[in-house]
Design a protein around this ligand. Sequence first.
Ligand code: PEP
Ligand code: MN
Length: 361
Amino acid sequence: MEFIGFNSWNEKLKNEQHLIIAGPCSAETKEQVLNTAVKIAQNTKVKVFRAGVWKPRTNPGNFEGVGVEALDWLIAVKNQTGLLTMVEVATPEHVRAALEKKVDFLWIGARTTVNPFSVQAIADELKGVDIPVLIKNPINPDLKLWIGAIQRIYKAGIKKIAAIHRGFFPFEETKFRNIPKWEIMIELKTTFPNLQIITDPSHIAGKFDLVPDVAEMALSMNVDGLMIETHINPKIALSDAAQQLTPFQLKELLDNLTFRQSKPENAKIIDDLQQLRHSIDSIDFQLLELLAKRMQIVEKIGFYKNLRKISVFQVERWKDIRETRIQAGGDLNLDADFVKKILQLVHNESINVQTKKNINK
Ligand code: PEP
Ligand code: MN
């Protein structure tokens, strides 16, 4: 698939390094939308104004958006501020209404991306239309489903596509509302190198004070842009109140973020990176050789265990391995959780080798 990058989506984005989108979770009133937009527009880094007009809510009875009426407020935003506008669409009716009101970009939400029927219905409505579409990851960490949604929109003839990483639903309590999975984002980028991916730090963070850290992390992962929920008065927001920034906080955030070059241009930096990467390559190959040696010994032990009919898994030994390695890792400044995860993988594989089964995979 050959995607068209955001620099070619609109004249106003021609020279932007990053696509910066800001605006409230929901359009609530004309005043709230316009007051927010006017303040956001004072920041020249922001070129696109987002607002949810139809809100997918977990429970019925919550504020579900004001609907088509709010699209006229977006027209007013465009006229008064020059910002481009963007709404979430979840049904063909939404698409028709948004196109009729000349909204500039559309996005597909996480709860829609999970459903191929919904995405296909949107794609069918978009056939023959030239409008950029941004596709959020599905709420569950299923890369194939995300790619499937991108393919459906692409097959409708839309090449102006970008993906939005907004994190994944956590089953356990975590500091994030939605866990960022940078490895899935990297996998998507590796599969489609010319697909631009932006991050929505607001829905990952869930709390306004965590938004800057997530945004900084996203930029260090070389994302192509950010979508940040911003509300003139987050305290009284009708949806996602806890995670929205004020326009002032947005300005502070954008002023303090480190916008990085995606590729080093300076010869000295390239040279330094090259040398360090050679060292990393060499260490990786040593790690692999050591792992292979470890597995050979594991196999031998498996042989003895089978011969003497001793069970493969030995809880005392496993506890000892874990404790001593985490301790040793700590002495080497390695994160305990990281060491634990690696050990679990290695131990699992060792059991596989000794049982010659792959049921643990
Ligand atoms: C939103 O952007 O306000 C939204 C509903 O997001 P998501 O689809 O990521 O939950
Ligand atoms: Mn929201």
